[in-house]
Design a protein around this ligand. Structure first.
Ligand SMILES: [Zn+2]
Ligand SMILES: [Zn+2]
Length: 261
């Protein structure tokens, strides 16, 4: 879940927490877009100097809602070459978890950015998807993250590869399983053009077969998006054969049984 510091989300963590209680969640986690070394890297993340303010906002929600478990995390962009920066971020606060997300397939192209849709027209979708999957594999292998965000984000604008999807992510899934890195069942995809949870059901089934663990996420950018479509996420997990999900505390991972309702 996000905060206004990333410049494209609304509502304070206390508002997200209040909504979480309203919809019956017992645990939530904040994972706003982590800063990059250069504040002008792009226009959709907090500045480096705002990291302490972010942590304080989450602490405020923890203080105001002691009946709710609220985890402190970050959604960190995985771009090869930034590993030391990510380690530096990790050392700055007592985080519960880092989500490693690939948005950038090169430094100038965040593939989910609607302002850069023209880039898609200049590239072969198969190549973009393959590059995306390769970066996910690197992220999973890096040891820098507890989970990997929206593994098929490349489908956001309904631009699909001609090659079959599942084999494309095989190396990634095997790496994630071997490294004990979870993937998200992220419902934000339902709110995008692709109108589908990240990842698709076929990839989720392949993840279960590979022994990859899961976490649930709404990727909320507004309080009313907290827990949105959770029922569909549970259904997707059940259909793929998952019985448990992961929880993160102080950058340690534990499993708990999924309560299907
Ligand atoms: Zn965002
Ligand atoms: Zn993301």
């Amino acid at each position: 879940m996000h905060t206004p510091l990333c410049c494209h989300a609304v509502g304070r963590p206390v508002d997200y927490a209040a909504h979480a209680l309203k919809v019956g969640l017992r645990e939530i986690g904040f994972s706003d877009h982590a800063p990059m070394p250069r504040d002008d890297f792009d226009d959709w993340r907090m500045k480096s100097s705002e990291l302490d303010e972010y942590v304080e906002m989450v602490r405020e929600a923890q203080r105001d809602f002691p009946q709710l478990s609220i985890k402190l995390g970050l959604e960190v962009d995985y771009i090869p070459g930034y590993e030391n920066w990510i380690r530096d971020l990790a050392a700055r606060h007592p985080w519960d978890y880092f989500i490693g997300s690939v948005h950038y397939v090169d430094e100038g192209w965040d593939i989910d950015n609607p302002k850069k849709l023209s880039h898609w027209k200049q590239h072969d979708p198969d190549e973009v998807w393959e590059l995306y999957a390769a970066r996910l594999t690197q992220a999973a292998a890096s040891g820098l993250f507890e989970s990997i965000g929206h593994m098929d984000l490349a489908k956001k604008f309904c631009i699909y590869p001609t090659k079959p999807l599942v084999p494309m992510f095989d190396t990634f899934l095997r790496t994630a399983a071997a490294k004990g890195v979870a993937i998200e069942i992220n419902t934000a995809g339902l709110r995008k053009d692709c109108r589908e949870i990240y990842p698709s059901q076929s990839l989720l089934k392949a993840a279960a077969a590979a022994g990859v663990k899961i976490v649930f996420g709404s990727d909320a950018h507004a309080p009313e998006e907290v827990g949105l479509n959770y029922t569909e996420a549970l259904q997707a997990a059940k259909l793929a054969g998952f019985l448990e999900c992961q929880q993160f505390s102080s950058r340690n991972t534990s499993s708990s049984a999924i309560t299907f309702r």
